[in-house]
Design a protein around this ligand. Structure first.
Ligand code: KG4
Ligand code: ZN
Length: 338
């Protein structure tokens, strides 16, 4: 029987070990994520050494599970794709070494994928009708970047964060409030019960024409608010703090992305990355886009945070463009998108 032309994708850049299989029609045959969140929760954040160790323990098991789920064998693989950066070096190396060994032994191409590009391509998992160019806001635990995507693999940088990434600010604020890790989803939920106008946290616009971001100011402002309340022995309303912090962050993100779309005559805005799961960001941007006659697309929740399907989807397009990596492919912890 002939090979089925399936790409296996591996993602191990941070605290999720993930494997996915995609066929030649862009159909996702398997998408398995083994989250380490519970393991890292007691430390309040990801411990790199522990993350690498768990990837090592999980990765082969997940590959076997994915093949079983898709009812295929290794002989059906056309290529092996893997996230090679950005991320934690030890964690990335587990995926890269596994992918190299597999691709070499099967004599199929190896395709290195940029993790941030994977987040962007999560939009193609469920959409086939995305027209270039469009504005893309990439918001995750490690990145906050605004780009215009001109074509497959072609990015024009408009702005990026000068300090903390949005997800990082969410996680740090949640930690200071004793809410646990990761903070984004917890603050998102808590904020629904609070008043976004209760506390006026600062908005960092960074100049009228700037598409850059800064979230360390609002984060510090929340931390100062919490410290002051604690020194005075005052009770804080966590729901209001969460809602007011989120309102500050979302307002800046939404205004900048709308301004970029309007000034560059774009018809579509796409969201990508873990923070694209944020309900306030999705709803506020949706309302603004409806008013401005813009189309808004974002991945389903399961494809926003780290997963293998997004790497598989990016590799589907890269493979067709002829991208191949050689056996020197290495982990690049600070790999850039643009
Ligand atoms: O993309 P991702 O899974 O990993 C990175 O590449 O960084 O993003 C994880 C980040 C974390 O900071 C997490 O708190 C944040 O995304 N996040 C959220 C939500 N869900 C995840 N932030 C705000 N609201 C959410 N619903
Ligand atoms: Zn990510």
């Amino acid at each position: 029987m002939s090979r089925k032309n399936i790409i296996l994708a591996i993602e191990t850049s941070c605290d999720e070990t993930a494997v996915a299989l995609i066929d030649e029609n862009k159909k996702m045959l398997a998408n398995i994520v083994a989250s380490q969140i519970k393991i890292h929760q007691k430390f309040g954040g990801v411990v790199p050494e522990i993350a690498s160790r768990h990837h090592l323990e999980q990765v082969n098991r997940l590959i076997t599970l994915a093949l079983e789920e898709a009812n295929i064998t290794l002989a059906d693989l056309q290529a092996v794709a893997v996230t090679y950066g950005p991320g934690l070096v030890g964690a990335l190396l587990v995926g890269v070494s596994t992918a190299k060994a597999l691709a070499y032994s099967l004599n199929v191409p190896l395709i290195g994928i940029n993790h941030i590009e994977g987040h962007v391509y999560a939009n193609w998992i469920e959409h086939d009708d995305i027209e270039f160019p469009f504005v893309c806001l990439i918001v995750s635990g490690g990145h906050t970047t605004l780009v215009i995507m001109q074509g497959h693999g072609k990015y024009e940088l408009l702005g990026r964060t000068q300090d903390d990434a949005v997800g990082e600010a969410y996680d740090k604020v949640a930690r200071a409030m004793g809410l646990g890790y990761p903070g984004g989803p917890i603050i998102d939920k808590l904020a629904r019960e609070g008043d976004p106008k209760a506390i006026n946290f600062p908005r960092a616009w960074l100049g009228e024409d700037s598409y850059d971001f800064s979230f360390s100011g609002v984060k510090t402002s929340v931390l100062n608010y919490l410290n002051r309340a604690s020194l005075k022995g005052e009770e804080i309303k966590k729901e209001d703090v969460a809602a007011s912090f989120q309102a500050s962050v979302v307002e800046v993100l939404v205004e900048k992305v709308i301004k970029a779309a309007k000034s560059r005559n774009m018809k579509t805005i796409a969201l990508a990355g873990g923070v694209a799961a944020n309900s306030a960001l999705r709803e506020t941007l949706q309302e603004r886009c409806a008013k401005e006659g813009l189309r808004l697309i974002y991945p389903s929740l399961e494809y926003c945070t780290d997963n293998g399907a997004m790497i598989a989807c990016a590799s589907y397009f890269r493979y067709r463009e002829g991208k191949r990596s050689d056996w020197h492919l290495n982990a690049v912890p600070n790999l850039k998108l643009v």
